[in-house]
Ligand binder design. Structure first.
Ligand SMILES: Nc1nc2c(ncn2[C@@H]2O[C@H](COP(=O)(O)OP(=O)(O)OP(=O)(O)O)[C@@H](O)[C@H]2O)c(=O)[nH]1
Length: 397
């Protein structure tokens, strides 16, 4: 080796070392900056165990490019990386059965009258009163009692077990087990010939439990391995979108919302449907603001939400959320909502606090659509598919 070349080689090595150091420092600074901007706090509520959905929130962060809405800046609420595991449908049915216990008062009252030695007119009036108080409605009550009178006379029985069985059969017929109560969650063929997520729209008057039900239904569908996107189209009540974001974050479900208070709800519905399609979700559930059925402007707004959400593909389910404790008032609301939102089913909430289970029969008869879900408490998994047999058994105590 030439002795003169030694200092030159040293300088080359020093220069290379400096370059490498500079590259390392640049790399570290960039990493730190990126980490500083990451907006995903870890969930403190999630169990994460075995959900199979860990990491779903990765990459789902940020503002969706808006494909043509009026510019309300809807964003996808990032999902947190650790999620709760919602209760399975089977186990919640068993757990929630006892919540219908108050409805059981109806059956006990009926059976105690029917167990008397002699059923005079006063006894039949008592039965009528009991059924009406449980919100069964006048026509179903009249039909049920007429059939019961005939059966008891023809059978000539006084056996309480046999009478209970007849009553069970007649109540079950009124609840109508033949109605299809499945929640549509299969892909829907869109106007573009492509399969689209099933869109579920939640509507109803104020405070019936719409937002809560959207959150609970998301959990029910996640428990069935469905990919769900939520749309916070209740832009009227400021807290509703935050409430929904919390529900979504717990189970790793993205929430499309607007950052602007009072944004156009139809625009958020549009963005949610679009986001669901792009992410390949199975189901998009859209929450809407509570509205009184006699406010024409608000019902027009709902009509617009329906039109916009059904543009890419028909809406799979329009569910009316009814508070079971409001009784027959709910029926008046239901008729108007049915016209505007083309209802496909009813969610009856707060049935846990109600002795008025008869409303199930009344509302189904009135609208010709089935009760599909029942809310039986304020807990996150206190929502169950409506099962006529379990319901009637609970009514009979
Ligand atoms: N006991 C009981 N409470 C319920 C049930 N479903 C909802 N709730 C409660 O009802 C209240 C209203 O629920 P929300 O989901 O905020 O009602 P909302 O229809 O979205 O309200 P608006 O947006 O104002 O129309 C909350 O306190 C819920 O916890 C249920 O099945 N049982």
């Amino acid at each position: 080796m030439n002795v003169d070349s030694v200092p030159t080689l040293t300088w080359v090595l020093v220069a290379l070392a400096v370059l490498a150091l500079a590259a390392l420092v640049t790399f570290v600074v960039l990493r730190l900056r990126r980490r500083g901007a990451a907006p995903l706090p870890p969930s403190s509520s999630g169990t994460g165990a075995g959900s199979g959905r860990e990491g779903d929130g990765e990459g789902a962060v940020g503002t969706l490019p808006r494909p043509g809405g009026p510019g309300d800046g809807a964003t996808v609420e990032p999902a947190t990386p650790q999620f709760q595991v919602p209760e399975t449908v089977g186990s919640r049915l068993v757990r929630l059965r006892s919540r219908l216990a108050r409805s059981g008062a109806l059956g006990q009252a009926l059976l105690s009258v029917l167990g008397r030695d002699h059923l005079d007119e006063a006894a039949w009036e008592e039965l009528e009163e009991t059924l009406l108080q449980a919100d069964l409605g006048i026509d179903p009550t009249t039909a049920l009692l007429a059939e019961l009178r005939t059966r008891i006379r023809v059978d000539g029985t006084k056996d309480p077990v046999a009478i209970r069985e007849v009553l069970r059969e007649l109540l079950l017929a009124q609840v109508d087990p033949s109605m299809d109560r499945t929640i549509a969650s299969a892909p829907v063929l869109g106007a573009d010939g492509e399969p689209h997520p099933a869109t579920i729209l939640m509507v109803g008057v104020n405070g019936t439990g719409k937002t809560t039900t959207v959150g609970k239904l998301a959990r029910l569908l996640v428990a069935e391995d469905k990919d769900v996107v939520l749309g916070a189209a209740d832009t009227f009540r400021a807290a509703a979108a935050d409430q929904l974001a919390t529900w979504g974050a717990r189970v790793g479900v993205d929430v499309v919302r607007s950052e602007k208070d009072g944004a156009d709800p139809a625009s958020v519905a549009h963005d949610a449907v679009e986001a669901g399609f792009r992410s390949g979700a199975d189901v998009v559930i859209i929450d809407t603001a509570g509205r009184l059925q006699n406010k024409a402007g608000l019902m027009d707004e709902l009509g617009k939400i329906v039109r916009v959400a059904s543009r890419p593909a028909p809406i799979a389910e329009s569910l009316l959320v009814l508070d079971a404790t409001t009784g027959q008032n709910g029926l008046r609301q239901a008729r108007v909502f049915a016209e505007v939102a083309h209802l496909t089913g009813i969610v009856l909430t707060k049935l846990d606090g109600s002795a008025k289970g008869g409303i199930v029969v009344a509302v189904q008869r009135e609208l010709g659509i089935p009760v599909k879900l029942v809310g039986l408490g304020e807990g996150p998994d206190d929502l169950a598919p409506f099962d006529p047999e379990s319901f009637v058994d609970a009514l009979l105590g």
